[in-house]
Design a protein around this ligand. Structure first.
Ligand code: IPM
Ligand code: MN
Length: 351
């Protein structure tokens, strides 16, 4: 052990969240050569139903003191949609200004996906989703609610500052040795002529600065076609919050399923939070059938963010060892239980 210590906040959350977080922490313990202090936060549906609290200010202030946060999933059929999502998950993303949502789309060797013709070289890109504004800003409201003349307005807020920082982040990533030097803007500039125009202008400006990066533009609907038809055209995608949300679910399916898709909510100068991008899977809860690899992949990203590249590389090896032995990435079809998959990762990571 070195004298490095990281303080990691843990939000197990709802549904299958606690199960997959447990496996992520198991893997963390197996690969680390540094000390960790885990700080558990009791947040999610149970706490809300028990006490009415979603995310009290004191808790948010404590989360802001962590080195990183590991999150399971939030959302529960017993709670009206929007409460936990907006007041817990989105509140953390916004209040901690985690303005990058980084979502790698990687098809691990041997993983069966919905598109059998894909190879692992075809599916290897990363979506840089804007995570602090757009349609998620919460701007809008009702007028004459509940009447025949009701008006519901939901506005997409796109600031020069917000667009510029996410596009620049994506260019820097595309230019880094880890990537292949291509950046694609995904938007809907033919219809969203204000927001899309701002994104395109910022991309054009940055392109002049990053001469080593090839730039491309794809409409979001066409991007859905290309994800299935020719995913190899993508290296780094930059897109807004809503489009990024939608296309990364499709991205997960060409990785093998939601069970393997990980993401990070990143504040490059602050506290970042890592999570499996799928939901709480209420129908799988408590059965030991859920795939923990997305959470374990999120742990890998968390380790990279902490600068623990060696431990992260071990987790990556472990994930690859596990996928090579699993029948499927889908819940209940893995050929192993949740905890056995965690064990496979540990075995591969420490071999
Ligand atoms: C995601 C989720 C969230 C989002 C929900 C739960 C608010 O779908 O992380 O992709 O829309 O961002
Ligand atoms: Mn989503």
């Amino acid at each position: 052990m070195t004298d490095r210590t990281h303080t990691i906040g843990v939000i197990r959350g709802d549904g299958t969240g606690p199960e997959v977080v447990g496996e992520g922490l198991k893997v963390l313990d197996a690969v680390r050569d540094f000390a960790v202090t885990l700080v558990d936060f009791d947040l999610g549906a149970d706490r809300y139903l028990r006490t009415g609290d979603v995310l009290p200010d004191e808790e948010l202030a404590r989360i802001a003191e962590m080195d990183a946060v590991f999150l399971g999933a939030v959302g529960d059929p017993r709670v009206k949609p929007g409460i936990l999502e907006r007041e817990l998950l989105l509140k953390i993303r916004f209040q901690l200004d985690q303005w990058v949502n980084l979502r790698p789309v990687v098809r691990y060797p041997g993983v069966a996906t919905l598109v059998p013709s894909h190879t692992e070289d075809d599916v290897n890109f990363v979506v840089v989703r804007e995570n602090s504004e757009g349609l998620y800003s919460g701007a809008g409201g009702f007028h004459r609610k509940g009447t025949a003349h009701e008006v519901a307005v939901q506005e997409s807020i796109n600031t020069r500052h917000g667009v510029e920082r996410i596009v620049r982040y994506a260019f820097e990533l595309a230019a880094s040795p880890a990537r292949r030097g291509k950046l694609t803007l995904v938007h809907k500039t033919n219809v969203l002529t204000f927001a899309g125009d701002l994104y395109q202008r910022v991309v054009d400006e940055c392109a002049a600065e990053f001469s080593g990066v090839e730039t491309d533009y794809v409409h979001v609907d066409a991007a859905c076609i290309y994800f299935l038809d020719s995913p190899g055209r993508f290296d780094v995608i930059v897109t807004d919050n809503m489009f990024g949300d939608i296309i990364t679910d499709l991205g997960a399916m060409i990785q093998g399923g939601m069970g393997i898709a990980a993401g990070g909510n990143i504040n490059p100068d602050g506290v970042s939070m890592f999570e499996p991008i799928g939901g709480t899977a209420p129908s799988e809860t408590g059965k030991g059938t859920i795939n923990p690899l997305a959470a374990i992949g999120a742990m890998e990203m968390l380790l990279r963010q902490l600068g623990e590249d060696e431990a992260a590389a071990k987790v990556d090896r472990g994930i690859r060892a596990a996928t090579a032995r699993m029948k499927s990435m889908r819940a209940g079809e893995m050929g192993f239980t949740t905890s056995q998959v965690g064990d496979l990762v540990v075995e591969g990571a420490t071999a």
